[in-house]
Structures are given as structure tokens and as C-alpha cells.
Design a protein around this ligand. Structure first.
Ligand code: ATP
Length: 301
């Protein structure tokens, strides 16, 4: 099956500034991929190169197996980059009809996409009266008109209040369930974490990580407070191997999945150890991103 997005060594220089620096990323069929990085990291430039709107200085792009800008590839891609232009005095429905006509898409798609973005009830109201969240959702509706296999959204939650962000998340999940591959960019870790299968983290034009959120977090550990601690450590080493047991601040850190907690507890108690605390500790994802992006990422959302 062809990959929705594949870039190799993608680079864009503006004079002396390297906006995008050798990015190789892969978006797999059916996933929601979060392209995460601070403002100015090169996200928009990368997305514009994918769509053939900006010519790469070097490196290559395949979009649904085609070169960027190839009409048969673009016919299956919907994109929302830098807010769409709508007529303020026309309704949402009328705006979409105009766009559908320009794009050669049958008018029957208009009610379908209005339903998809949950704007059917307000479709007859003038665009000028819409909230920012509704305007943004109408932008997604426009991108959905051609029933794309791949949807590219640049900072879809930018400027939205928490309710607007939640609505956008719901929308992305719904599209995902319907089988659409989604590539979205964001500078908000919380946003991406809640909705994406995998993330690519970009910092100063470079892709510094690409993996699932869980992989980025790394292995969870179990923290055990027990008495006597030495006996607990000895038993844990015998059960798990010495390399999975660490003594930290008067407690044990065990490198085991959280679902093994009750088994560990039973074994320690059977060995005559009193366990007073046992809890799963996940690596703080914000810390991981903070390290990867050298503290530039916005810790909100
Ligand atoms: P933001 O979320 O703020 O848009 P971003 O991650 O999308 O950030 P880009 O917009 O891709 O980042 O910009 C990356 C860098 O490239 C920035 O330093 C920007 O000023 C620069 N840049 C982008 N477009 C141009 C251009 N047409 N000419 C010169 N420099 C540019």
C-alpha cells in the first residue's frame, strides 16, 4: 500500500536561513500523525513543500506515491494551511457551494461535509457570524469536499478556546475512524498527545524524534516502597534480573509494565516484605519534549 507521505532529506533554505533541514518522515495509511514543534521550527514550510506550494532546496517528497504537486496525487489530498478565505456575507453552505463549483466537486458533497464537521445546523448563517472554532471547522469542511484520502491541517487549533480545541479533536478522531489519514501540525504538546497515533518532533528545522507517544515516553517503571528495603531489592533482583531493579531515594524503581504490579506485590509479601506503596511511574512526556526541543515547545493546551 502506498504511503500517504514520505519525505527524504527534505531541505529548504531561504538565503542564509535553513528553515527545514534534512527532514525524513513517514506518515502511514490510516494514522493521525502529529507534526509537533515550536513556532518557527519549520512545520508550515514542510507542509507547503508536501503540497508542491514551495519548492525544496534539496531532498524528495512523495505524496500518496506521487511527486509533490502531481494532479492525481493532489486530487486525493485535502489541506488547510493558513486559514481559508471565505466570503463573510455568504453563509457557510453558500461558501462551500462556491468552492465546490471551482473545484469541480458535485454540490451533493456540501451537506455531507457540513454534517462531518458538525455545522449543518448553522450552515445557513452568514460566515461573518461564526465563532473562530466554526470558521476553522468550515475550513476543514472545505478541505473535505473532494473526499480526500489524506488530510493535511496546519495548526488547526491555533487561536481556539478549550471548547473549540475539543471540537476540533472530536472532528479529527471522527475522520480517523472514517478511514482518512490525517497529518496535523501543532506547537501544543497536549493537543497532539490526545489525538495522534504517532508524532514527529521538529526543532529548528530538524526532525529530532519520530515515534508513538508511548515510545517517546519510554518504559514505565514501578516504584515500590517496602520494608526491609534490602530484602525487597534482593527478591526483586531474583524475580526480574539485577538490571531491572534500581534503588532510588529509599525506594525501588522496577522496570516492568504496570500490569505486573499485583504479581510483584504478592511475591514481595510472600518473601516477608511489607509493601507500603506501589505505583506506576511514567516518564513525564513534557520533560521528554522539553529536552528534544531544547525548551522551545509551548507547554499548554
Ligand atoms: P509557525 O507555527 O510559527 O508558522 P513553523 O514551524 O510553521 O512556525 P515556518 O513557518 O515553516 O515555521 O518557518 C520556519 C522558518 O522559515 C522561520 O524562521 C521563518 O521565518 C522562515 N521562513 C518561512 N517562510 C519564509 C520565506 N518565504 N522567506 C524567508 N523565510 C521564511
Amino acid at each position: 500500500m502506498e504511503l500517504p507521505v514520505e519525505t527524504t532529506g527534505l531541505t529548504k533554505r531561504y538565503g542564509g536561513l535553513t528553515a527545514v533541514d534534512g527532514i525524513s518522515l513517514t506518515v502511514r495509511p490510516g494514522e493521525v500523525y502529529g507534526f509537533l514543534g515550536p513556532n518557527g521550527a519549520g512545520k508550515t514550510t514542510t507542509l507547503r513543500m508536501l503540497l508542491g506550494l514551495v519548492r525544496p532546496t534539496s531532498g524528495s517528497v512523495r505524496l500518496l506515491g506521487r511527486p509533490p504537486g502531481a494532479p492525481d496525487g493532489l486530487a486525493r489530498v485535502g489541506a488547510l494551511i493558513e486559514g481559508p478565505a471565505f466570503y463573510p456575507y455568504l453563509s457557510g453552505r453558500e461558501n462551500l457551494r462556491v468552492l465546490a463549483r471551482y473545484a469541480g466537486v458535485p454540490a451533493r458533497r456540501v451537506p455531507v461535509v457540513l454534517e462531518q464537521v458538525d455545522l449543518a445546523a448553522r450552515a445557513g448563517d452568514r460566515y461573518a457570524t461564526y465563532s473562530l472554532g466554526m470558521k476553522q471547522r468550515l475550513g476543514v469542511a472545505a478541505a473535505l469536499l473532494k473526499d480526500p484520502r489524506l488530510l493535511i491541517l496546519d495548526e488547526p487549533t491555533n487561536g481556539l478556546d478549550p471548547a473549540g480545541m475539543a471540537e476540533m479533536r472530536t472532528l479529527v478522531r471522527r475522520l480517523h475512524v472514517a478511514g482518512c489519514t490525517v497529518l496535523l501540525s501543532s506547537h501544543l504538546l497536549g493537543e497532539v498527545q490526545q489525538v495522534c497515533d504517532r508524532v514527529g518532533v521538529v526543532s529548528r528545522g530538524r526532525l529530532v524524534a519520530e515515534s508513538t507517544v508511548a515510545e517517546l515516553r519510554g518504559t514505565a517503571t514501578l516504584r515500590v516502597v517496602a520494608e526491609p528495603l534490602d530484602d525487597a531489592a534482593a527478591r526483586a533482583r531474583a524475580l526480574l534480573g539485577a538490571d531491572r531493579v534500581r534503588l532510588v531515594d529509599g525506594a525501588l524503581d522496577l522496570s516492568v509494565p504496570a500490569e505486573r504490579a499485583s504479581w510483584i506485590n504478592a511475591e514481595l509479601v510472600a518473601a516477608g516484605v511489607a509493601v507500603s506503596e506501589l505505583r506506576a511511574r511514567e516518564r513525564d512526556l513534557e520533560q521528554v519534549f522539553f529536552e528534544l526541543t531544547e525548551g522551545e515547545l509551548t507547554h499548554a493546551g
